[in-house]
Ligand binder design. Structure first.
Ligand SMILES: [Zn+2]
Ligand SMILES: [Zn+2]
Length: 309
């Protein structure tokens, strides 16, 4: 019997600090998964994690050429590593260099290490070189919340890269925590149109140049992804983006993590409810084609083209 005691950095997922044994073997647990009523050792935790990813991969038959958007953070690192366990997939990692001093360089360094370790090809595109402006330059010209602006840019570029590269899927490291917190934030701002994309999968729309998208970490919280990346010692960047002041989604996430501990499974229930609401909505917002670039938009000229102009 192995009785190695888990190191303290992993105890975050063991709310009742009493040491627990793995539900599947006799080793010490590193995590308790509340909604399953199980505790896992590191090996069985990995199995649980990959099992949750498999649910998404099987349901939407993810295969072929898959582009994984990596940011340098823990979630996309976990996403890329997890996808290396699946057959019938040709993986490529994609990194957008936003030109944020220190932060972008630090992130790219970790992404390069990660891809090297996993043996996955990495493509790096610089926003400044390709479109003429970096995020700090855009922010100097525009008022607006940095995170939402940056989100617009990332979504646009990732989709365009995946569409132009004829990838079968664009995979992103969005977690259950991301999906639920951003949707709650949209509800808090009466932005109901944003219900498009609350599920793990979005079908391609060729006429609007929208590529097919998948969220392999859809059933996993950000705490679970962090633990996975730590257990595997994946390279990921922990530096903070200088613009990330007080994003409301961060506060919502912290609240959701507490709620999940008291009421295991509540995050999944939120996500399920959102998906049901999305499918029952009649008016999902009209999609138009941007007059300048031809990609999907809800206005005449898309937000990306307006930012880059
Ligand atoms: Zn075990
Ligand atoms: Zn456009």
């Amino acid at each position: 019997m192995t009785t190695s005691i888990p190191s303290s950095k992993f105890l975050a997922l063991l709310p009742n600090i009493d040491l627990m044994k793995c539900s599947r073997c006799s080793r010490w647990a590193v995590a308790e998964v509340g909604w399953k009523g199980r505790a896992y050792c590191s090996d069985h935790y990995r199995e649980y994690f990959l099992g949750q990813v498999r649910k998404v991969m099987d349901k939407f038959r993810v295969g072929g050429k898959v582009c994984v958007a990596v940011s340098g953070g823990k979630d996309s690192a976990a996403c890329l590593e997890a996808l290396t366990h699946f057959r019938g997939i040709e993986l490529e990692a994609f990194f957008l260099d936003l030109g944020i001093p220190r932060f972008s360089r630090g992130s790219l360094k970790k992404v390069s290490e990660l891809c090297e370790e996993l043996g996955v090809d990495l493509t790096v595109v610089s926003l400044k070189e390709r479109w003429g402006k970096s995020i700090p330059e855009i922010l100097k010209e525009r008022k607006g919340k940095a995170c939402s602006l940056c989100g617009t840019v990332k979504r646009y570029v990732m989709n365009a890269y995946s569409y132009e590269g004829r990838f079968d899927f664009l995979a992103t490291g969005h977690t259950l925590s991301d999906v639920v917190s951003s949707t709650l934030n949209n509800l808090a701002n009466v932005y109901v149109q944003a219900f498009r994309g609350v599920g793990p999968f979005l079908e391609a729309k060729e006429e609007f140049k929208l590529s097919r998208k998948i969220k392999p970490l859809y059933y996993l919280t950000d705490e679970e992804c962090k633990l996975y990346s730590e257990l595997l010692e994946l390279p990921f960047y922990t530096g903070k983006c200088p613009y990330v002041s007080d994003a409301p989604t961060k506060r919502i996430k912290a609240w959701l993590n507490r709620l999940e501990r008291d009421q295991p499974g509540v995050l999944r229930n939120f996500a399920k409810s959102f998906t049901l609401l999305e499918s029952s909505m009649e008016n999902r917002g009209e999609i138009l084609k941007c007059k300048r670039c031809g990609y999907a938009t809800t206005t005449r000229i898309c937000k990306f083209c307006r930012l880059m102009n």
